[in-house]
Design a protein around this ligand. Sequence first.
Ligand code: 5GP
Ligand code: MG
Ligand code: MG
Length: 188
Amino acid sequence: MHPDLERILFDEQTILEKVGQLGAQLSADYYDKNPLFICILKGAALFMADLVKRVTVPMEMDFMAISSYGASTQSSGAVRILNDLGKPIEGRDVIIVEDIVDTGLTLAYLRDTLLRRQAASVRIVALFDKPGGRKVEIAPDYYGFTVPNEFIVGYGLDYAERYRNLPFVGVLKSDIYATGNSDKPEQA
Ligand code: 5GP
Ligand code: MG
Ligand code: MG
């Protein structure tokens, strides 16, 4: 446990078991496609690292940094590419690796962007799905866990850049962000 958390939702073992299942599923679905896994920094970094170790078929990795959230816990709705992919993705079977789908704004934007670059296919794997937060209709093709409409941290997910290193995931105590007043743009 961590003093800033109200409660733990998923412990390390539960997360790693689920990530293993997602890796097995993706290996089966993409065995002959040499898929390109695109990690959306920074939130999905830990998920990506554990996921690709469970992928047993040929694959490649790339990384993209997106700005969508301020330091607050509310989505700004604005999406911007801070760091782009290293190579063109034309003709590639792409898998977007995200930490969590909340409003869906980030993924709607990303999926359209990658399809416009002529990817052969674009699917989304998100460790967490928060359907209660949706503002646009979009669903991950693969996801690990459904979470309630609360602000969670750990296993890559931050509040104001903190808590990413926690090996488990929990709900942040509301008094931690109630006192914060920073709304600087921050990497999702
Ligand atoms: P969107 O609202 O566009 O679906 O999500 C954008 C990004 O906001 C996510 O990729 C994630 O980085 C961040 N986000 C959404 N919900 C949460 C949450 O409950 N906790 C944390 N730490 N980040 C979140
Ligand atoms: Mg993210
Ligand atoms: Mg964030």
